[in-house]
Design a protein around this ligand. Sequence first.
Ligand code: CA
Length: 467
Amino acid sequence: MKRFLFPLLCVSAFFVNAADYYFTPAQQSALVDKLNSGTLKPGDNIIMRDGTYNNLGTITIDDRGTATDTIKIRAEHPGKAIISGETELKISGSYIELSGLLFNKANAKNLCIIELQGEEGKYGSNCRITNCVMDDCNHPLRSEKAVKGVKPITVSEYWIALHGKNNRVDHCYFANKRVGGLVVQVWLPDSDAVNNHLIDHNLFGFRQPYGGNGAETIRIGNSWSSQSESRTTVEDNVFLHCDGENEIISVKSGYNTVRGNLFFESRGGLVCRHGHNNILQSNTFIGQNLPGTAGIRLINQGHTVYDNYCGRLGDFGLLVRMGVFEKPTPDTDLEKEPLTSYHRAENINIANNSFIDCKVIDLGSGYGDKAPRNVRMTNNYFCNSGNNIRITKPETVMPGLNFIDNRYYWDDRAPMRITGFIPLDSRENTLSAERQRVLKAVQGAGAQWYTPSNDNLKYITDKYNIK
Ligand code: CA
């Protein structure tokens, strides 16, 4: 038997040999055929030479790499392979990595430009989009630059739709989205929802005000899937001038972690809109008093809000809203108590956060009669020109709030009439801590080969004399 084994091993070794496939823009149709072919092997590289690849159309990559031998689709020189025009990059395989690609003036052929899904329900997992740029990718018929005489299509366009599990988007730069829809949307499937995605070290740049709902930068889940766990992590990203709408990150699922992000002069907030048991930790919000710049808005149950820093926000630093319904149970009639509504804020820990010169700390506003319950605010620091803690309907709301060892300083020295607040003799010096947070957040964020990405970071660091 032994003598037959040797040639067999040789044959299999021959087939697993990884290969590099080079394509130029002139070979675009061969590139599309190769990506669609399902013949890529672990360790294979698709290398796109410099130039513009226009109207790639629909591509479905259904190949499988391995943890140690990913399949890479990359620019030969980061930023020099440009993807424009109608594009729909669908990934249903695994261990596939896109890197160094510049999407500029590309638009979604259907709903998404990049989607971690092939045919319906066939998801990509363990994939990575890294060191890429998507700048000014707007469907011409859906944006404000609609062709004259042609009615704009009002449906939205998604830049990246994450399905599946264990996918990562990192070190990318995104800016100038004008059409409605998400920059990054995380979808939860109906069953086995846990995603475990990681979205980190990206720079989300300017997005102009959209003028309505549906222009969030990141949304994790949807109302209908909001009672499930996504377990997605969004960390160490920078959001600069993300002005699309009043929700920059909309969390609509459970057990997600949003930490270490910097929201700078962005007219919106971080919102736990649906879902429970989310962790918001060590995020920094700097608003420079611009209207609409906001901090953290909380609805639903079991959240941990720890070590966040809100400075000079033109709107709320913290908002804990009234609920309309209780947290749904399996017996809840969702026709009568729809998941799109507001559930009671309950069992929330808000600790070690700083709120400095925010317009308002808003506790208990909004319609509905389900007041916050067992919301514990411990060891937070508040300072402002005057008392900016606004408790709506205190007789209803106060019993559900528990204040412990919070520190405060108002410039007008007005006393607090609530227990659990310790007056200070002067403001705490928070500027060096703020500077440290900003410095940490900008380090390594974005795509370093792309000038606007670096210019955006410099815009921020210049404000702190950080070189
Ligand atoms: Ca919204």
